[in-house]
Design a protein around this ligand. Structure first.
Ligand code: FAD
Length: 468
C-alpha cells in the first residue's frame, strides 16, 4: 500500500513517556517519528496534569501563607482574585514547557506528526489530522505511549458545573460549595486550590480513608491541618445520584457517613481514577494484546506480546505517574535501539502536593503489615526540628522503614512542607541499598528539613541526640 513516512521508530503519544522515549531514541541514532493528536506536546502531565496543577498549588500556598503571617505581626488586606490573570499565569507556565519540548524535538530531528494515530498493521500506523487528511507511517519498531483519561461515571449528567480534573484546571469559576467525588491525590490537590480561592469543600470516598496508598499516620497530619477546609469528609460513602438543577448540582449519597438529605453544590469535581487508552488505538490491527480494562501488558523491557512493539506509561498500568512513564520511556527506547536495558527500579515514589505535602516511597508500614513482613521503623517528629518550627511546619514528621536484620532502608514516608522534595533522598537511599548507619552518618545541612531523614536513621540506631 501507500506509505507517506518511513522510520526506524514510531512513538504514539507525546506525554512524558512518549517524548522521553522519542528523544532518547533519536539520541541513540534512530530515525524517530512522534505522533500526537494535540498541537501541543507534553501530554496530560504538561497540559492538564502535573504542571498546571502545581502552578496553581504554588499560588494557593503563597496565598495561605500570606493569610497566616498575621500571626507574625504582618497582615495583608483580604485577597482579590483575578481569575483571568491566574489562568493566564498557568497557561504561561505550561506554554514555556511545551514550547521547550517542541524545540527539543526539532533539535534532535524528531519528526512530529499531528493527528490521531491508529495501527493499520504490525508495521503501519494511519494518522488522521483534524481536517480529515491521512498519512500512513511505516515503522520498523514502535512504542505505544497513548496514556490515559479521566474515568466518567455513567449516571453523572453533562453540565458545565460538573468537571473532571481537566475542567477543574480551567478555573471557570470559584464555587461557594464544592464536592470532590473521590478522595485521591488529584481530587485533594484540586480541592486545595479551590479552597485557597475561597470554596468550602466536601469530599466523598468509597473506601475508609482519603489518599489511599499512604500510611494513615501521614494522612492523619494532613487531615488535621486540612479539617477547616471541609464541611464534610464522607468516608465509606458513595455518590448514587447527581441532578443538575438551576440552583446547583444536587447530589444524593449512600453509605456509612451519607447525609440523610441530598446536598446542593455549585461545582462537582469527579476524580475517581483514570482509564488507559489501550482500546482506542487499533492495537488489534498490530496484534498487540490489550486487557479488558484497556491496559497493554509488557515485559521488563516494556515489550508487548509483539516483540518489535513496546508500550510505556499510564497505558501499561499503575502507578499512573509521570516519573514512571519517563523511566519506562527511556528503557523502551534503549531496548528498541538494541541496548540491554530493562526496568528494574526498586521504588517509584508517590507525592500528594497538598498543603502539607504527603510523600512516600518503597515499602509502607501498611504493605509490610499486609504482607506479614516484620520491619523496623523510626520516626523523627518535626516538632524537634528548629527549621520546621521556624517554618511553622512542626506538625510534620519523617519516617523510615528498615529491614530488621540488615538495617537496610526499605521505604519511607514524610508529611510536611516540601515532603515531595525531601522524599528524593529516601528514594536514593533505597535504590543504593543504604542502611541506617549510611544515612545517619551522612552530614546533612543544618538547619534544614532534610536533616530529619538523617535524624530518623539515628533514631533507628538508638542514638539520636536531637530528641529528648
Ligand atoms: P499521557 O500524558 O496521558 O500522554 C499520552 C498522549 O498520547 C497524550 O498527549 C494524548 O493526546 C496522546 N494520544 C493518545 N491517543 C492518541 C492517538 N490515538 N493518536 C495520537 N495521540 C494520542 N503525575 C506525576 O508524576 N506527578 C504529578 O504531580 C501528577 N499530577 C497530576 C495531576 C493531574 C490533574 C492529572 C490528571 C495527572 C497527574 N499526574 C501526575 C499523572 C501524569 O499526568 C501521568 O501519569 C502522565 O501524564 C502519564 O504519561 P504518559 O506519557 O503515559 O501519557
Amino acid at each position: 500500500g501507500h506509505v507517506d513516512i518511513t522510520c526506524d521508530l514510531l512513538v504514539l503519544g507525546a506525554g512524558p513517556g512518549g517524548y522521553s522515549a522519542a528523544f532518547r531514541s533519536a539520541d541513540l541514532g534512530l530515525n524517530t517519528v512522534l505522533v500526537e493528536r494535540y498541537s501541543s506536546l507534553g501530554g496530560v502531565c504538561l497540559n492538564v496534569g502535573c504542571i498546571p496543577s502545581k502552578a496553581l498549588l504554588h499560588t494557593a500556598q503563597v496565598l495561605e501563607e500570606a493569610q497566616h503571617i498575621g500571626e507574625h505581626g504582618i497582615s495583608f488586606a483580604a485577597p482579590q482574585v483575578d481569575l483571568d490573570k491566574l489562568r493566564a499565569h498557568k497557561a504561561g507556565v505550561v506554554g514555556k514547557l511545551t514550547s521547550g519540548l517542541a524545540g527539543m524535538a526539532k533539535a534532535r530531528k524528531v519528526q512530529v506528526v499531528q493527528g490521531v494515530g491508529e495501527f493499520a498493521s504490525p508495521n503501519h500506523l494511519t494518522v488522521t489530522a483534524g481536517d480529515g487528511s491521512q498519512k500512513v507511517i511505516q515503522f520498523a519498531k514502535a512504542i505505544i505511549a497513548a496514556g490515559s483519561q479521566p474515568v466518567h461515571l455513567p449516571f453523572i449528567p453533562d453540565d458545565p458545573r460538573i468537571v473532571d480534573s481537566t475542567g477543574a484546571l480551567e478555573l471557570r469559576q470559584i464555587p461557594k460549595r464544592m464536592l470532590i467525588v473521590g478522595g485521591g491525590i488529584i481530587g485533594l490537590e484540586m480541592g486545595t486550590v479551590y479552597s485557597a480561592l475561597g470554596a468550602r469543600l466536601d469530599v466523598v470516598e468509597m473506601l475508609d480513608g482519603l489518599m489511599q496508598g499512604a500510611d494513615r499516620d501521614l494522612v492523619k497530619v494532613w487531615q488535621k491541618r486540612n479539617a477547616p477546609r471541609f464541611d464534610h469528609i464522607l468516608l465509606k460513602t458513595k455518590t448514587v445520584a447527581v441532578e443538575a438543577k438551576p440552583e446547583g448540582i444536587l447530589v444524593t449519597f449512600e453509605g456509612e457517613q451519607a447525609p440523610k438529605e441530598p446536598q446542593l453544590y455549585d461545582m462537582v469535581l469527579v476524580s475517581v481514577g483514570r482509564t488507559p487508552n489501550g482500546k482506542k488505538i487499533g492495537a488489534e490491527h498490530a496484534g498487540v494484546a490489550v486487557t479488558d480494562r484497556g491496559f497493554i501488558p509488557v515485559d521488563k523491557q516494556m515489550r508487548t506480546n509483539v516483540p518489535h512493539i513496546f508500550a510505556i506509561g499510564d497505558i501499561v498500568g499503575q502507578p499512573m505517574l509521570a516519573h514512571k512513564a519517563v523511566h519506562e520511556g527511556h528503557v523502551a527506547a534503549e531496548a528498541a535501539a538494541g541496548e540491554k536495558s530493562f526496568f528494574d527500579a526498586r521504588v517509584i515514589p508517590s507525592v500528594a502536593y497538598t498543603h502539607p505535602e504527603v510523600a512516600w516511597v518503597g515499602l509502607t508500614e501498611e504493605q509490610a503489615k499486609d504482607q506479614g513482613v516484620k520491619v523496623g521503623k523510626a520516626v523523627f517528629p518535626w516538632a524537634a526540628s528548629g527549621r520546621a518550627i521556624a517554618n511553622g511546619a512542626d506538625d510534620g514528621f519523617t519516617k523510615l522503614i528498615f529491614d530488621e536484620a540488615t538495617h537496610r532502608v526499605l521505604g519511607g514516608g514524610i508529611v510536611g512542607m516540601g515532603a515531595g522534595d525531601l522524599i528524593g533522598e529516601v528514594c536514593l537511599a533505597v535504590e543504593m541499598g543504604a542502611d541506617a548507619t549510611d544515612i545517619g552518618k551522612t552530614i546533612h545541612p543544618h538547619p534544614t528539613l532534610c536533616e530529619s531523614v538523617g535524624m530518623a536513621a539515628e533514631v533507628f540506631e538508638g542514638h539520636c541526640t536531637d530528641l529528648p
